[in-house]
Design a protein around this ligand. Sequence first.
Ligand code: FES
Ligand code: FES
Length: 158
Amino acid sequence: MEVTLTVNGEQVTRDVEARLLLVHLLRDELSLTGTHWGCDTSNCGSCVVLYDDEPVKSCTVLAAMAAGHEVRTVESLETDGELDPVQVGFMECHGLQCGFCTPGMLMSARALLDRDPDPREADIREAISGQICRCTGYASIVRSVRWAAEHPDGRIEA
Ligand code: FES
Ligand code: FES
């Protein structure tokens, strides 16, 4: 079936099988491999993208269901060489180790800060509660998101 949706600001049309998941459309059809696929059980959250500005596990959405919707992936965070403040925060506060969970964490963080520019630690923990990180223990991820909240321009002090 033919599906047209907007991905990172661009309209794309693909002929897909009805069973194709959004995560596979992004990765395999559109080569947007920043979105990770980490499980078969909808538990890990490494596949989170923004779906009409809401964080959604892209392995829980059929590509056909995404017709007419707007999807943002981690590739959209950097614009014209400028990293999103959440990306800078993860670098500054060591919010990643292996990095497998990171694309999903970044997208959930972006969605949180878009609706609440000054989240408390509890709010951040709730925002990422559907996502698993096997490396960091989460504390540095929370610090990274707080850094982004405190540095909305993403600038690092000298
Ligand atoms: Fe694990 Fe989507 S790939 S929740
Ligand atoms: Fe390795 Fe999160 S940094 S899973």
